[in-house]
Design a protein around this ligand. Structure first.
Ligand code: AMP
Length: 205
């Protein structure tokens, strides 16, 4: 399996070992904000979508399998995704905290992550939720597909991805809320404003 690079080493004094998730529908700006937060907090941003795309690009066995789901806007099977995240979180740079972008997306993945963290005596610190307007994100995704040529940013796939998100992932928000981890931020503001609001939300622990 090939991997995407984490952003920064932990280990300096004063480093806070944040273990975070960023959630929100496709096109909410999770990837953009995850990169900014990771830099500010000196933790790696780990995007399951990016790891899958890197594997698709390198035509690994994992990539060939993942692509058949991604191109249809469906989720890659939980067992495959969970194994991939388990090995990524075991890497050295994730020991001092991490920001997961795009995982967990199903209840099975939430349980798998709970098990991974409890095995090392760790727990999540917060779940950051980007609140956005669904019509606006469809427009953003169509534009991104045109600009970046992402093969799953076609209008038909986008609709399916949003449906799958609404069916399987949106219900998980209530679970994080019950656990007292959820921090909601308005994802329709400017990129800088959203970053500032996310960092402020983390201070309210
Ligand atoms: P993303 O870049 O997060 O929008 O992910 C792009 C695609 O990768 C998704 O539409 C799924 O096909 C796949 N994917 C990413 N993360 C996951 C996950 N946690 N579970 C299952 N499939 C995923």
């Amino acid at each position: 399996m090939i991997d995407t690079e984490g952003t920064a080493p932990a280990g300096d004094p004063g480093h806070v070992p944040f273990r975070l998730l960023i959630v929100g529908p496709p096109g909410a700006g999770k990837g953009t904000q995850a990169a900014r937060l990771a830099e500010a907090l000196r933790i790696p941003a780990i995007s399951t979508g990016d790891i899958f795309r890197a594997n698709v690009g390198a035509k690994t066995e994992l990539g060939v399998l993942a692509q058949s789901y991604m191109d249809r806007g469906e989720y890659v099977p939980d067992s495959v995704t969970n194994d991939m995240v388990r090995s990524r979180l075991a890497e050295a740079d994730a020991q001092g905290g991490f920001l997961l972008d795009g995982y967990p997306r199903t209840l099975d993945q939430v349980h798998a992550l709970d098990d991974m963290l409890s095995a090392t005596g760790d727990a999540l610190d917060a779940v950051l939720m980007l609140d956005v307007d669904f019509d606006a994100v469809i427009g953003r995704l169509v534009e991104r597909g045109r600009e970046l040529g992402r093969s799953d940013d076609t209008e038909e796939t986008i609709r399916r991805r949003i449906e799958v998100y609404a069916e399987q992932t949106a219900p998980l928000v209530a679970l994080f809320e019950e656990r007292g981890l959820l921090r909601r931020v308005d994802g329709m503001a400017s990129i800088d404003e959203v970053t500032a609001a996310l960092l402020a939300a983390l201070e309210q622990r």
